[in-house]
Design a protein around this ligand. Sequence first.
Ligand code: OMP
Length: 277
Amino acid sequence: MTFQQKLDAVVSKNNSLLCVGLDPEFPKIPEQFQKEKHPQFSFNKYIIDQTHEFVCCYKPNSAFYEARGAVGVAELKMTCDYIHQRYPDSPILLDFKRGDIGNTNESYAQFAFEYLQVDAITLQPYQGGEALSLFFSRKEKGIFILCKTSNPGSGEFQNKNVQSGRDVPSERLYELVARSVVSNWNKNNNCFLVVGATYPEELAMVRKLVGDMTILVPGVGAQEGELEKSLRAGLNSKKMGMIINVSRGIIFAQNPGVAARLLRDEINTIRKYIASQ
Ligand code: OMP
């Protein structure tokens, strides 16, 4: 089963485009979990049990586990194992943002796909498609390429005009990334893009360039990306094709299960409204 097939199945089963980001920043974890033997894992287990019916995906960000060294990485592994065992329908998208030369990428791929056994990862495109080809060859895995990131300074490079050839009109760097992914990198139909909810105009532009491709959209909530604007810009022709990630806004909510259900429902209400227009 490919990542897209696994995603489609759970999107339809849970009627959800919502992804919960498992970003257990240690100092922010409630005290009761901090005291546990495996604090990040215990906290994640609680979040996953509360939210699994309302989400289409989980996205643990490796940084929050690596920050604690070996114990954190072990708890990331425990988290992935728990999802595989208890909720095998739920895809795991590892937020990794890696990408290097060939043999280094082999080691990254080994960690993500063999050790953690995740279904998908995020990568940066800076070293080009040649360097990432090893990831593309993993046909069953989802390869998410950073295109237009949500941070305030992402335009420094991503919005610069670039010209790929003498007779070709110039375009923004993020547009070139989107076009390259669609036309050159996606030979195995396993590439996807990441575009921040904080840039709905750019998201609309990317949607025009990539057809119905699924886009990971982080930045709703804590980073103040607006949900309705993002959905208007990012939904594909089937009013789907988005994975809307929310991390802090759900995991640190008073009641994460309720927060996830409400957000799932709000996304669906807006989707229906947009479809009816
Ligand atoms: P919240 O802002 O707490 O919802 O978390 C957002 C999550 O999405 C974090 O794990 C970020 O690292 C990640 N993210 C962004 O916020 N912006 C991006 O442009 C890309 C990502 C990502 O690749 O997921």
